[in-house]
Ligand binder design. Structure first.
Ligand code: SF4
Length: 90
């Protein structure tokens, strides 16, 4: 099992976290906290801070790729890459 306690904190990547459904999931969050076109009442992230439907780049793809490759090189097991927004970790 992966131990995240000693893992470097990255800007875009977190985990891997164990998932009964998916195995070891490496999370990738390349969107700033709570930028969304909706504000769903059930959203686990709370109220939307910035509404946007504008298509634009929120992150540098090369930086995201480098973090993913670094973690994949360090971790013994990653079964899936999971793109989703979550609370800011930085
Ligand atoms: S991030 Fe939250 S508010 Fe945005 S679509 Fe998903 S559930 Fe709804």
């Amino acid at each position: 099992m992966s131990d995240n306690s000693n893992m470097k904190q990255f800007k875009y990547v977190f985990g891997p976290v164990p998932s009964r459904r998916l195995g070891y999931s490496l999370g990738i969050n390349n969107i700033p906290y709570k930028v969304c076109s909706y504000s769903c009442i059930y959203c686990q992230l709370g109220k939307t801070i910035k509404y946007s439907v504008e298509r634009k780049s929120y992150s540098d793809p090369e930086s995201v790729r480098k973090e993913i490759e670094f973690v994949i090189g360090k971790e013994a097991r990653i079964d899936i890459l999971h793109l989703y927004p979550m609370e800011s970790q930085h």
